[in-house]
Design a protein around this ligand. Structure first.
Ligand SMILES: *Cc1c(COP(=O)(O)O)cnc(C)c1O
Length: 361
């Protein structure tokens, strides 16, 4: 060896590629590739960041106490059971580093969120994927993969990129059938958008025992992806572990201020949820009328099934030609599909128009 060599597991992972934002020939393309919310950031969050700028020489509170108190108040949770992170990705990764590792197995679903696999492999875990039914997490398939080496199960509910969700009874069935020492992580990044009545983001299962964690984010409905702010709600022993392994200052002053202000923004959640439900329904209907197959979604995006890779790529090209960037989901094992974020009403209309023309063309 005549040069430094990184650990072998690092090369089992491809670098993460985010949704594209540039399109040649368009100064301001319509970016519907990262589920960033339709309205930009809450106005109060912008003001809060400007106000806190003068104290940027001060280190943040490493434990983000004020933010945890605001979250506790907003969602009726004990702030002592909340841990904030530099995006919920960080909380997910810290959980894997703490409870996974070489010789352990991590279970996720077939088309589950990519971070579980990336962080799992980097930590040396063996990552197992449970087949899905109708692009939906299958509790029995997950249980069939459980072995003595299983330490963690990750479920995004609703899932990205499929948009499908499980109801509370299925989640309880999974929790009750999993061994008590297996940590169940419910990633509820899109929970605020869910309409179905039998859904629960994860609070009940966290409160019911010592082995379930829920993660949430400011990146989607709060429109603050660039701020990097997420949080976990966990049993005390898991909170203790996360506080030991987290960086000294995971959440910066700007994120704390913006997060607190976003929680206080009058009507923001209600307005965003109502808009998303209406536009998701409208876009789903229009694309279905155009003869396309749309997977029923509970999130702020829809997955469109074009039957084969060629047709999905052609649809993608067609949208790009009109300045619209959506997400190819080849890396999720869905090369025949495109994931489209619910944008403004005007953006959704444009998508519907162009995909209708594509479908009939
Ligand atoms: C976007 C997303 C996240 C990441 O959230 P950050 O808080 O921005 O790190 C987590 N899980 C799922 C399923 C997501 O789609």
């Amino acid at each position: 060896m005549n040069k430094p060599v990184a650990r072998a597991e690092i090369f089992s992972v491809a670098a993460y590629v985010g949704g594209e934002s540039k399109l040649a020939g368009f100064e301001k393309p319509i970016k519907l590739s990262s589920n960033e919310g339709a309205f930009g950031p809450p106005p109060g969050a912008l003001r809060a960041i400007a106000e806190v700028a003068a104290t940027m020489h001060r280190y943040p509170d490493g434990g983000s106490l004020k933010l945890r108190q605001a979250l506790g108040e907003k969602f009726s949770l004990d702030p002592e059971r909340i841990v904030c992170g530099n995006g919920s990705d960080e909380i997910l990764t810290l959980l894997i580093q703490s409870y996974g590792g070489p010789g352990t197995e991590l279970i996720m679903s077939e088309h589950g969120f990519s971070i579980y696999e990336i962080s799992g492999k980097l930590a040396g875990c063996t990552v197992l994927k449970a087949p899905e039914k109708d692009l939906t997490t299958d509790v029995d398939a997950i249980l069939a993969l459980v072995s003595p080496a299983t330490r963690m199960v990750f479920i995004a509910n609703p899932n990205n990129p499929t948009g499908t969700a499980l109801g509370q009874s299925e989640m309880e069935r999974l929790r009750n059938a999993l061994p008590k020492h297996v940590l169940l992580v419910l990633d509820a990044a899109y929970s605020e958008y869910v309409e179905r009545a039998d859904y629960e983001a994860g609070v009940k299962l966290v409160d019911a025992g010592e082995n379930t964690v829920m993660t949430r984010t400011f990146s989607k409905i709060f429109g603050m992806g660039g701020t990097r702010l997420g949080w976990g709600y966990a049993p005390p022993a898991v909170v203790d572990v996360l506080n030991r392994v987290r960086p000294p200052f995971p959440v910066n002053n700007f994120a704390v201020a913006a997060g607190i202000a976003a929680l206080e923004e009058p009507g923001w959640l209600e307005m965003s949820r109502a808009h998303n439900s209406a536009e998701r329904r409208r876009l789903t209907e229009r694309l279905t009328q155009a003869g396309l197959t749309v997977i029923p979604s509970e999130a702020n995006f829809i997955l469109v099934d074009f039957s084969n890779v060629e047709r999905a790529s052609a649809a993608d090209m067609h949208l790009r030609k009109h300045g619209i960037i959506v997400r190819q989901v080849k890396s999720y094992g869905l090369p025949h599909c495109l994931r489209i974020t619910i944008g403004t009403a005007a953006e959704c209309s444009l998508v519907a128009e162009h995909l209708t023309a594509f479908s009939h063309g």
